[in-house]
Design a protein around this ligand. Structure first.
Ligand code: V47
Length: 457
């Protein structure tokens, strides 16, 4: 039997019998969680377990999308950046890592400061607003190499009139630098971390990337990345950076030998650290002690980009962003190829979407959730933009840490492709700088919106 629709068209009988919402497969166990999300209440670890266990993945993604819209409306941010890996020589041999080499191995490299200057010039001339710089734990390069690397990039940027932002060194590298500078004491590790960060900041460091966090669990740590700093030290580095006014990012490497509970505990540890950072910036805690940003009407720490614009900083008045908090979480799916854990399958597409959505829902005090398309493909990133992500990183160009689907180190996309991907996802592309301030540009020349005086020609 064929049913006629209101417009008179013929409809397949199975289509006509589709029931109204809630859709088939709706899991009522999600209803109390949805009510908490709507009220902007913090989700518990038990809520997180339900979000990971439910077969109703689309409701999970829909809830995360709602949170993303509450925070950012239909805006999706992207940036024009360059990644630079200064060396792949590493004292560690993490089983999940395909990037590291030992000195003398085929493919081992280390860039000279002259190379770094040339990279910086290339980045600036092509209009990049950020250089994202990480490398292995090089056993022989002296501490001075790292401060020179940062100041050389700053000098190139100043010479060309650019405000290029230097986002560099994971927490793991910062501790390594404290050790090679011989300022790291186990009895007071934060003193050495602070010493290193102060010198790098002086040289021109703008923020820290989120790498090296992996999964905050000691069992997983000892099996998959023994020798790397543990969660307490990773969090110390980020806390000290926040105290110095530097913004930082966070990541979570999932889909290897960790459990779902390990992922949730990782998220919980990050949001506790962010509570502390936001309290330092003057945010008031809710009755349960949590500082959530996902409640209706709560000010975002970067006022320029608050939905609707205007100054919504908690202290009011000051339009320049105050640093000292986590900006973004980037969930990183494990890629087994070429690593010692090659026998593992790695996470599938639905697991990637779900983990991203759960991250958005649990990390209620992180302003941004990043889709790092390099590790997911641009097509997959579009689905992530509808499941909680509000940020698409970036034009990238060279990326050596993971090479997906047989790609090589040259992994570049254009602004046109990024903007098209965002528009196809039903959202509005906005170019941002590293601190999530709106960027305007004329070709390779760019400036911060509302700040034409910083324009360079
Ligand atoms: O720390 C290493 C991860 C991270 C593999 O802060 C792997 O804006 C998957 O941190 N499979 C580096 N992941 C990348 C990173 C990052 C990327 C984009 C943006 C930001 C940011 C940070 O890559 C490492 C490690 O966790 N990684 N090997 C692998 N086989």
């Amino acid at each position: 039997m064929t049913t006629l629709t209101a417009t008179g068209g013929a409809v397949h009988p199975d289509r006509a019998s589709l029931p109204p919402s809630p859709l088939p497969g709706h899991d009522p166990a999600l209803d109390p969680i949805a009510a908490k999300v709507r009220a902007g209440e913090r989700l518990s670890l038990e809520d997180g377990r339900v979000l990971f266990a439910t077969p109703d993945i689309w409701t999970v993604c829909g809830l995360a999308d709602g949170v993303r819209r509450r925070l950012h409306g239909d805006v999706t941010y992207y940036n024009i950046n360059r990644h630079l890996n200064y060396s792949n020589v590493c004292a560690l041999s993490c089983t999940f890592c395909e990037f590291y080499r030992k000195r003398g191995d085929e493919g081992a490299y280390e860039h000279s400061i002259a190379d770094v200057r040339a990279e910086a010039r290339g980045a600036i001339e092509s209009g990049a607003t950020e250089m994202h710089i990480v490398g292995g734990l090089h056993p022989y390069l002296p501490f001075a190499y790292y401060t020179e690397l940062v100041s050389a990039i700053r000098e190139e940027a100043e010479a060309l009139g650019s405000q290029l932002h230097i986002k560099a060194f994971t927490a793991v590298e910062i501790v390594h630098l404290a050790k090679i500078a011989k300022v790291y004491k186990r009895s007071d590790r934060t003193a050495g971390i602070r010493w290193v960060l102060e010198r790098l900041k002086e040289a021109g460091l703008g923020s820290l990337p989120g790498g090296g966090a992996e999964v905050f669990d000691d069992r997983v740590h000892d099996e998959a990345f023994k020798g790397k700093i543990r969660s307490d030290v990773w969090l110390d580095v980020h806390r000290v950076a926040h105290e110095l006014g530097l913004n930082t990012n966070a990541t979570m490497l999932y889909g290897h030998i960790e459990s779902l509970d390990d992922r949730l505990v990782h998220m919980d540890m990050l949001r506790r650290a962010q509570d502390e950072a936001l309290l330092r910036l003057g945010y008031e805690p809710a009755a349960d002690g949590a500082v959530t940003l996902t409640r209706e009407g709560v000010a975002q720490p970067t006022p320029d980009l608050a939905p609707g614009g205007g100054d919504r900083s908690p202290r009011g008045g000051d339009r320049s962003p105050r640093g000292g908090y986590f900006q973004t979480i980037t969930p990183l799916p494990f890629f087994p190829d070429g690593s010692e854990l090659e026998h593992l399958p790695g996470p599938g597409g639905l697991e990637n979407l779900r983990t991203l959505a759960v991250s958005r829902l649990m990390l209620d005090n992180f302003p941004h959730v990043k889709a790092f398309w390099i590790m997911q493909t641009l097509g997959m990133a579009q689905l992530m933009l509808q499941s909680g992500a509000d940020d698409l990183d970036g034009t990238v160009v060279w990326y050596d840490i993971t090479k997906v689907g047989g790609s090589d180190t040259h992994q570049e996309t254009t602004v046109r492709d990024l903007e098209r991907a965002i528009r196809e996802a039903g959202q509005r592309p906005v170019e941002r700088d590293t601190l999530y301030r709106r960027v305007e540009r004329d070709g390779a020349t760019w400036w911060l919106a509302g700040n034409n005086t910083s324009r360079h020609d």
